[in-house]
Design a protein around this ligand. Sequence first.
Ligand SMILES: Cc1ncc(COP(=O)(O)O)c(C=O)c1O
Ligand SMILES: N[C@@H](CCCC[NH3+])C(=O)O
Length: 441
Amino acid sequence: MNEQIKTDALNSAHHLMVGGVDTLTLAKTYQTPLYVYDTGAIRAEIAAFKQVFEENHVNYQISYASKAFATVAMYQLIAQEHIHCDVVSGGELYTAQQADFPMAAVSFHGNNKSLAELTMALDAGVGTIVVDNFDELSQLTTLTAQRQQLTTIMLRIAPGISAHTHDYISTGQADSKFGFDLNSGQADQAIRAAQAAPYLKLVGIHCHIGSQIFELNGFEMIVDKLVSEFARWQRELDFYPQIMNVGGGFGVKYTAEDHPLQPTDFVDAIVKETLAQTAAHQVPMLEIWIEPGRSLVAAAGTTLYTIGDEKDIPGIRKYLSVDGGMGDNIRPALYQAKYEAVLAKDPTLPAEQVASIAGKYCESGDMLIWNQQLPATKAGDVLAVLDTGAYGYSMASNYNRNPRPAVVFCEQGHSQLVVQRESYADLTRLDLPLSVPEKTK
Ligand SMILES: Cc1ncc(COP(=O)(O)O)c(C=O)c1O
Ligand SMILES: N[C@@H](CCCC[NH3+])C(=O)O
């Protein structure tokens, strides 16, 4: 049986369960394609992060990177767990507001926040604005002075440390669109400018080196570099941050080929390195913030599809097409990301075929999985693609005018629809008819 599946995830009929709910029932009730989340698993991941910090007796904050999966119900779940979240756009901020998420627990990120977005954030009273570049810093200096509104900020810096991950999701290197460059002195300049701004209160330094990282080393290097810079800033700039925000990026297991550490191992290493480095530099211990996105939601999510047409090319390959694809999960096409799938009606059945799972979109690159071992299948069977909880729904599109799937939360045997399936009518809701009159012949 697929090692991603926990033994308690099967019912007595061997059907795959999510959050104690039978996936075949879910597919029937809500139709496919369907995103289903085991919300108890998200709560457990949050609890595990909290526990590591608490065992180490340090001040901390966990800020969920909501770009990984953002809906009203998700922000409400995060609020129930009493952690922070970060948003990267007016749209995410709006969704958090609709969820009544406490604005003081929001950090606002982004490398090109518009004036409208900055104004929205100030109106909302977000807890922290993470300033990304000089233009934003001067815009925010002016705006907060005009409004006479004291605003808490952090500065995002690019530490010049490359994480070993896909180029598209590596962000800590000097040549990055994100953050103030550390090595060329831009970070020092930004600190001076923030100190001089009458309504900005600089409380922390943020950095995020990338996503789906499998090694501790990059995080330890960040801590070493940051704490030694902080010690220098204390001497030279009379600035020592209260908060060190090391971002997210903790890698998760998608397939048997992945061998990540536990997300909590990353945090334990970060905390221990910070304790060691602050002691070595004889500077105060910092409050440590992390911003996990993927590691909180990836494993909790499963996408259910219905198998449709089959194409078997003798001696070449067998394609099984499903009723979704790159519109609900762009990650295989965009990052060559790999997933595993099981037959929902019985993941314990022995494999009888090797099939590649094709989406229904009009692109050859719309392949969800290459060479998946599966039992015998027939049209109408439900296929469950595992670990799709991060950056699936949040990166979904209407390509080929396909409506986006519904999202269902499952916990303790109950299911709840939290995002409705789009209808065809939704697809044309914002369209306007052609206004130019037809040419007279
Ligand atoms: C600033 C920032 N924080 C946190 C994250 C979350 O990363 P992940 O989902 O890999 O944990 C990202 C995305 O890479 C990010 O850009
Ligand atoms: N969207 C990316 C990760 C997010 C990067 C955000 N800075 C993924 O699916 O892996």
